[in-house]
Design a protein around this ligand. Sequence first.
Ligand code: CA
Length: 255
Amino acid sequence: MPHNSPFQAAPHEQQAIETPERILVVEDDKAIRTLVTATLESHGMSFLAAATGREAIAAASASNPDVILLDLGLPDMDGVDIIRAVRQWTMTPIIVLSARSEDDDKVAALDAGADDYLTKPFSVDELLARLRAALRRIRYERGNMNRDQSIFENGPLRIDFAAGCVSVDGQEVRLAPMEYKLLCLLAHNAGKVLTHRTILQAVWGSTLPQNLPSLRVFMATLRKKLEAVSPQCSCIHTHVGVGYRMGRLETPPEV
Ligand code: CA
């Protein structure tokens, strides 16, 4: 890491072989900010902290963090506007931190381009799990930058976009056109929470809430078909009242 980096170095950075992950923490509540940054530090990650929306946008553009943790309730700006601003130049994962009373804001934040959310109060374990998921996604994307993008693999699941074929553990799975569309959308956004609205717009071409029951039915049959071949293929997660996410399944390290 260059000496002029604005990120506070993790204590064992000197010995670390790999560059530590750099997290931008945007939170005006000092107690939460301290809890989060202390957690990052003790897990070998470096961080940069911001307490306002303006600071957040400046830090995100100047420092190119690996992940942004963004509190939605900031004194100077609406969190959704910050996400829209940041999304103009980067797809860096954004994990929103929101109070329970801000549930609608959370969905608006996801619709604006946030990847995931944590509801306050959250535990250190939850925070680390979400961060790991976001980091796994960016590592996967970076690792696949020069690879053939027509094939998607996630644990036992394989999608051949060019051929329109889906298989689990090498066994072909026959999907209805709507199920296939849903699966492709989730796969293209693996690791991200997609709201009902986003999914309806992408697959049905309209956000009419009347289509929500059929979305649920197609999602249920899609899951059933994938899990019928291998229970290991339970990668589609429901976020009650919010939407769905395809989780990245751990793949054994390549030998
Ligand atoms: Ca706040």
